[in-house]
Ligand binder design. Structure first.
Ligand SMILES: C[S@@+](CC[C@H](N)C(=O)[O-])C[C@H]1O[C@@H](n2cnc3c(N)ncnc32)[C@H](O)[C@@H]1O
Length: 283
């Protein structure tokens, strides 16, 4: 694991006039508070990403890029390794909510939970599992994901603030797919530019981004690195319930400002995300 960073600068859990912040649940030693806090909000975007990431990881792995071994996935804003769990294991997000909020789990120490998780995920490992690296400014979260056996390598570099450290830079040589859920409000084109500057294999990007956030600066940064981005216009993906009316008002206004129509989506009480996929121009 390399680098360090904090989960954000705004107050924990406050609305701050826009989207509520959850900084206090991102940097815990294990995922119990994360799942406990997000369960009532029905945070569900990793569930929607699961089949999409499995499909794109399989397609990217099948692409012969002249290297003897398959590429790694880099999950940006990986937190406790949730997308890695869902990608490589026979597990659902609902089962993860149940596991981490269960009374049986509550009394365990973090070390006991990590040991149990290691066995739990090892038993459910899929035969087509791919290497997954995780990047998140929360050092405790990525450390837990490593301990639980979900990540092959973990990095806590903050690429919004500076370039990748030497360990992440070395790891970028293996990356062929970048995934993102729940991070579009946290990372900008700066992070993607830093990553794309460092990769050495053809890289695809599969990202779920809230409709309240413009993905355009990242699309432009990816285009500058030869990646063409397509938006799946066929549907939106519910992300979570709003914390309060203020957050809903903010989201409705933000979606409208970006040219979207909140009717039946944000107006019905939830954030919605869009799926963007970026691949090299020629593929
Ligand atoms: C809403 S969580 C998403 C976690 C996970 N991907 C999911 O969907 O369940 C957002 C994550 O972004 C991380 N984050 C915030 N700023 C970041 C940055 N500059 N670089 C990488 N991760 C960051 C937070 O620490 C947090 O774990």
């Amino acid at each position: 694991m390399a680098g360090s960073g904090s989960g954000g600068t705004e107050g924990s859990g406050g609305s701050g006039g826009g989207k509520s912040r959850f900084d206090d649940i991102y940097d815990r030693p294990d995922p119990r508070t994360y799942f406990g806090r997000l369960a009532p909000l029905e945070y569900e975007i990793p569930h929607h990403a699961q089949p999409v990431f499995r499909q794109v990881a399989a397609e990217r792995t099948a692409l012969d890029d002249g290297r003897p071994h398959g590429p790694a996935v880099l999950d940006v804003c990986c937190s406790y390794g949730i997308n890695a769990a869902l990608l490589n294991h026979e597990v659902t997000l609902a089962e993860m909510y149940e596991r981490y909020t269960s009374p049986a789990c509550r009394t365990l120490s973090t070390a006991e939970l990590a040991a149990r998780d290691r066995g739990f995920y090892a038993e459910r490992r899929r035969p087509d599992a791919v290497p997954v690296f995780g990047l998140d400014v929360s050092a405790p979260a990525v450390h837990y994901a490593l301990e639980a056996g979900l990540l092959d390598a973990a990095f806590a570099d903050d690429l919004e603030q500076g370039p990748p450290g030497p360990e992440l830079n070395r790891a970028l040589a293996e990356v062929g797919l970048i995934t993102l859920t729940g991070g579009g409000s946290y990372v900008t084109a700066r992070t993607f530019t830093a990553l794309l500057d460092g990769v050495r294999r053809p890289v695809w990007v599969s990202a779920f981004v809230l409709r309240t956030v413009s993905y355009r600066p990242i699309v432009q940064a990816l285009a500058a690195h030869g990646l063409n981005t397509t938006l799946d216009t066929s549907r939106t993906y519910p992300q979570r319930l709003f914390t309060d009316e203020q957050e809903q008002r903010y989201a409705i206004a933000a979606v409208r400002a970006l040219g979207g129509d909140p009717a039946g989506r944000e107006e019905a009480g939830r954030f919605h995300a869009l799926h963007y996929e970026s691949r090299p121009d020629a593929s």
